[in-house]
Design a protein around this ligand. Structure first.
Ligand SMILES: C[C@@](CO)(OP(=O)(O)O)[C@H](O)COP(=O)(O)OP(=O)(O)OC[C@H]1O[C@@H](n2ccc(N)nc2=O)[C@H](O)[C@@H]1O
Ligand SMILES: Nc1ncnc2c1ncn2[C@@H]1O[C@H](COP(=O)(O)OP(=O)(O)O)[C@@H](O)[C@H]1O
Length: 307
């Protein structure tokens, strides 16, 4: 199978996501929960530079954060899974620059894995069929299929892997708050399920019933915006509640926890208001990190890496 020349290099930015809505539905026979979520990509990005080398195997250098051993890194696992499906004999050297905090509900690791799969497909289009790439992604994590696609706004169902790409909404700005606490995803699902069992609360219905119900404007999103994790996660971690309150005090269109946290965000339809809000949130809540971000209509394209 022919492929790129030894020494070929590509670069891609791997964006974070926020969940504009996140509804946790019933527990599936697999033990995982079905969910319904609106993923939105934002321009807070890691970046990946990948070089084809003669020696087989995947070498990884991580800059900017310690995200654990290379063998466990989602980039390496994604690359190995793709290589295992092909008969290519070359290897890869990857430089990953982290800006998205790990394990924050912003999907950074999942995005890095999706970016890796997009780079490999750019070099050898279709060498691993799209369906199989999505399956590799889903095995690595529920958010990875979103990051192997194209769209910036996607409705995810199932574990997140059944995706409906949606037309982009008008540009918007986000104040993203990153409290310095770690929320483990498994226990967060457990706490939510126990809370529902104790209150004998019914599993809530999905928010979107068919595509006609999908929001076409930010006020429509604001009227639906919710995250089922927010009460249990913000309740258990006061720094998250404090960061959310600091953002809400700036009157965003809406503000939410992202994923299972700890990151939170407020969405603004006005750039100046968002810029003022990020300054105010930093002043009011110096113990958390706050960054300004923008919505992305599409995932960033794979491009040649410079010399
Ligand atoms: C909450 C979400 C929403 O987008 O995002 P993040 O907070 O990670 O960004 C995802 O569902 C995160 O899915 P994923 O990244 O696959 O979760 P993992 O850490 O692999 O799962 C840890 C544990 O959480 C539980 N789990 C996870 C996903 C799911 N749909 N149902 C579950 O019950 C399972 O017990 C699993 O063993
Ligand atoms: N490339 C990577 N970047 C960040 N974390 C990674 C990466 N590869 C593996 N991990 C592991 O995956 C976990 C979840 O990462 P991430 O996708 O950033 O968070 P979340 O699922 O909360 O959005 C991290 O705690 C880390 O141990």
């Amino acid at each position: 199978m022919s492929g790129p020349a030894i020494g070929s290099r590509l670069r891609v930015r791997a964006p974070a996501k926020v969940n504009l809505t996140l509804r946790i539905l019933e527990r599936l026979p697999s033990g995982f929960h079905a969910l319904e979520t609106l993923f939105q990509a934002i321009d807070l990005c890691d970046s990946l530079e990948v070089e084809v080398r003669r020696e087989s195997g995947v070498a990884l250098e991580v800059v900017g954060a310690d995200v654990g051993p290379a063998d466990d890194n989602l980039v390496v696992r994604a690359a190995r899974a793709w290589l295992a499906e092909t008969s290519v004999e070359w290897g890869l050297a990857v430089r990953l620059t982290k800006a998205i905090p790990a394990g924050a509900g912003l999907g950074g690791g999942s995005s890095d894995a999706g970016a890796m799969l997009r780079v490999l497909d750019h070099w050898m289009p279709g060498a691993v069929a799209e369906e199989r790439r999505l399956a590799i992604g889903a095995e690595l994590g529920s958010d990875v299929p979103f990051f192997t696609g194209k769209g910036g706004l996607v409705l995810g169902r199932g574990r997140g892997e059944r995706m409906t790409p949606l037309p982009p909404l008008p540009p918007a700005w986000l104040v993203v708050g990153m409290p310095r606490v770690h929320v483990a995803t498994g226990p967060a699902y457990g706490r939510l399920a126990r809370g529902r069992a104790e209150s004998r609360g019914a599993v809530p219905p999905p928010l979107f019933d068919g595509e006609s119900a999908v929001p076409r404007s930010w006020p429509e999103v604001a009227s639906l915006a919710l995250n089922d994790f927010e009460p249990v996660v913000a309740g258990a971690h006061p720094p998250i509640a404090t960061a959310l309150a600091a953002i809400r005090a700036q009157h965003p269109a809406f503000a939410l926890l992202s994923g299972s946290g700890a990151a939170v965000f407020g969405l603004f339809t006005d750039a100046d208001a968002a810029e003022r809000a990020v300054g105010e949130a930093r002043a009011a809540c110096p113990e958390s990190r706050f960054e300004l971000a923008r919505t992305l209509d599409r995932l960033p394209a794979v491009e040649p890496a410079g010399p």
